[in-house]
Design a protein. Structure first.
Length: 298
């Protein structure tokens, strides 16, 4: 690496052209120069990506400007903005940047805003429609370290007092912030749309239009606007219905007396076995459809 380089990637979806930016909306290319090129080729079910990249003086200029508003990678951008010409110093800074990938961002003195959160949600957040509910959606943001999630939670709790329903969960390799109450999720998502969500705007508007009658349709349409990581694990409408029946039966077992529990557990075992088989059948059907579509594309 002879000079500083910064990049940004975006998914491309089948049969969807690259949207041309409106003149009123600045873009990375328009603001900082650089170039846009293919990031990763699509292979199998992996969707292709495009990437913006800038190097040299353009990268240093972009890093200097972005570091003023960035929180998560602020320190890395400050390093890129003053990238030295000395090869020995560059080698040392490359090592520093590599080590910083495993370090939590310094968010203690950072200030959150709705405009910043809209951009961060565009990049890192997602809208989830739980299959166990017949209406409503959740907002989630995942991060390797929870310091930035604590900052967001503190901001939202101050902006949405006495609402509750904003939690941070720690998993094996990452943490996630979840906004689970439907009315709270709607209020926050509406605010994010008003203050600058762009990449996920269509998905956000879909979610906000959802009611009890369109729950399954919106859930399916939202799944088509994401990557394929969970494509073959997503439940179809029939699968969601079975899952709700299983959850209801499990609640009945927890409240039943010992004699009734035996009968209910037998019914639960049968329902779980049927659910597993039908889920595999649904996965196979989806795989066959995808294979045929790929073969047709050549």
């Amino acid at each position: 690496m002879r000079d500083a380089t910064i990049r940004s990637q975006q998914l491309l979806f089948e049969n969807q052209p690259i949207p041309l930016p409106r003149r009123s909306h600045p873009t990375l290319l328009g603001c900082f120069g650089g170039s846009i090129s293919m990031g990763m080729d699509g292979r199998g079910m992996r969707k292709p990506t495009i990437q913006w990249a800038a190097g040299g003086s353009a990268a240093r200029k972009a890093a200097a400007m972005l570091s003023k508003v960035c929180i998560v990678k602020k320190t890395q951008l400050e390093i890129a903005a003053t990238w030295p010409s000395c090869s020995e110093k560059r080698a040392a800074l490359r090592t520093t940047l590599k080590l910083m990938k495993d370090m939590p961002p310094a968010a203690a003195d950072a200030t959150c805003s709705w405009r910043w959160l809209a951009g961060f949600f565009d990049a890192e957040g997602y809208i989830q429609v739980p299959f166990l509910r017949r209406s409503g959606f959740e907002l989630r943001i995942g991060q390797k370290h929870d310091s930035i999630l604590q900052l967001i939670r503190t901001f939202l709790m101050a902006e949405m007092p006495h609402r509750g329903g904003i939690h941070i969960y720690k998993h094996k390799n990452h943490s996630s912030l979840a906004i689970s109450r439907d009315l709270l999720s709607r209020d926050i998502l509406q605010k994010l749309v008003m203050t600058g969500v762009r990449v996920k705007r269509e998905a956000a508007e879909l979610a906000l239009s959802m009611d009890r009658t369109s729950h399954s349709d919106v859930r399916k349409m939202l799944s088509e606007k994401t990557g394929n990581q969970s494509r073959y694990n997503r439940l179809d409408e029939a699968g969601c219905t079975r899952a709700r029946c299983i959850a209801s039966l499990q609640q009945r077992i927890a409240k039943a007396n010992d004699g009734r529990q035996v009968q209910l557990r037998q019914a639960l075992d049968m329902l779980l076995a049927e659910h597993a088989i039908r889920k595999q059948m649904s996965t196979i059907v989806q795989l066959r459809l995808d294979i045929r579509a790929l073969l047709h594309m050549g």
